[in-house]
Design a binder for this molecule. Structure first.
Ligand SMILES: *Cc1c(COP(=O)(O)O)cnc(C)c1O
Length: 429
């Protein structure tokens, strides 16, 4: 048995001045009935807790660390920038370089604005969609998470579903009265809203959902969604905070054959530093201040260190082009999970897209939020703890995607296979 004593000690100590001893609720182990690990360091595919336990990291900071931890090129770029200065409150050439890198691979994205988090990106995208259309309402899909902004914090995934919260305390009714909820993969649910309301500014969607576990849109659903929003003069805001640069060098929207009106980014484009962004065609972006009258600002936006990390990460990703390898490894993991589940009489279904994957403890195919919620979360809990014991760190929730990094080696794949097989056996019925 691994010892988690030091994590336990720090957790208790942290409770005094930190809410639940975490700075983001998804990090708490509440839903799997335990206390969170405290991490000391990480390198490549591995992460180490304060007790010295080693794990293959499939959390990857919930997405950003696609190159694994401590990539040499990123360290070099960040270090160089640190010596040149941390923050200036003025433009730098690196902001131009990162904007070029990103705009060149998203069709229809002429301009981009950098912010500090995915939440800021989606909050700004709402304001921009409203400014552009002169309309108020937005449609979002149940189970999709778009950060913790008031008006998007309804029927949201990630921590909201992990802790079964219908909405958040402190969000005024007025803030959500213009938010309409549709069902993922159900185009009729969108059409109904569109036919009933003429005041809709935008539809927000995760192009591949990752915050209720991985849920893939059907080809007809996503294409139809693009078509009907276009016809209705409603902007399609594609939230690629998680999916951006994960499944190809660019966005999931490209793989799915759609083009967003506004794209939100975050996570990977900051390589582990706080970055978010929203981008669109000039006609839309020119409404943003200082060119237009939609106000949005940030003291640390486009932070030089974060930009350096982002450029180095994307440059390295482009060179390594790991996307075929991601597919192969995810396919192997899927097979290992399905085989070992079957051998132990456990019913699971596995969803994956590029380097995003996770099993659902359910025999049903999972295509929307209510399917996801039918999972046997107690089985997930046992599976989680057994994986941890076997040196595999996954998110402490049934409703989060696992991620692959470019540093996963054949040896790591063997560790993953052994750990998964043992974990499935340990929860055998
Ligand atoms: C993580 C995430 C966000 C929020 O990003 P933060 O940086 O945590 O604010 C928004 N949308 C999606 C799809 C995400 O996965």
């Amino acid at each position: 048995m691994k010892s988690y004593n030091k994590s336990q000690e720090l957790y208790s100590k942290g409770l005094t001045h930190m809410v639940g001893s975490v700075n983001s609720p998804v990090r708490a182990f509440k839903s799997v009935g335990g206390n969170p690990l405290f991490i000391k360091n990480a390198k490549g595919s591995k992460i180490y807790d304060v007790d010295g336990n080693e794990y293959i990291d499939l959390v990857l900071s919930y997405g950003p660390m696609i190159l694994g931890h401590g990539n040499d090129k990123v360290i070099e770029a960040v270090t160089k920038q640190v010596y040149q200065g941390f923050s200036f409150g003025a433009s730098t050439e690196n902001e131009i370089i990162l904007s070029e890198l990103i705009c060149s691979v998203f069709n229809g994205m002429d301009k981009i604005r950098f912010v500090n988090s995915g939440t800021e990106a989606t909050m700004s995208a709402i304001r921009l969609a409203r400014a552009f259309t002169g309309k108020n309402k937005i449609i979002k899909f149940s189970g999709c998470y778009h950060g913790h902004g008031d008006s998007l914090l309804v029927a949201a995934g990630s921590g909201m579903v992990t802790y079964s919260l219908p909405g958040s305390a402190g969000v005024p009714e007025n803030a959500v009265k213009d938010t309409l909820i549709a069902e993922y993969n159900n185009i009729e649910s969108v059409k109904t809203h569109l036919s009933k309301h003429d005041d809709i500014a935008a539809v927000f969607i995760e192009p591949v959902a990752g915050n209720m576990g991985v849920v893939i849109p059907s080809d007809t659903f996503i294409k139809e969604l693009r078509k009907i929003t276009h016809e209705a003069g409603v902007l399609l805001v594609v939230d690629e905070v998680m999916t951006g640069f994960r499944s190809k060098f660019g966005g999931a929207q490209d793989i799915l054959g759609i083009q967003a009106d506004i794209t939100c980014l975050g996570k990977v484009i900051g390589g582990g530093f706080p970055v978010g962004a929203y981008g669109a065609r000039s006609e839309i972006m020119n409404l943003v201040s200082p060119l237009g009258n939609m106000y949005q600002a940030g003291t640390l936006s486009g932070n030089p260190v974060a930009m350096a990390a982002g450029i180095a990460t994307l440059t390295e990703l482009c060179e390594q082009n790991p996307y075929q390898k991601f597919n192969t490894q995810a396919e192997q993991l899927e097979k290992i999970m399905l085989d070992s589940a079957r051998e132990n009489n456990i019913e699971i279904t596995v969803n994956r897209f590029g380097s995003m994957i996770n099993p659902f403890f359910s025999k049903k195919t999972v295509t929307n939020f209510s399917d996801a919620q039918e999972c046997d979360t107690s089985q997930f809990t046992s599976f989680f703890w057994s994986l941890l014991e076997n040196g595999i760190y996954i998110p402490p929730s049934q409703f989060e995607a696992w991620f692959l990094s470019t540093t996963i080696s054949d040896d790591d794949m063997n560790i993953l296979e052994n750990g998964i097989r043992k974990a499935m056996k340990s929860i055998r019925k």
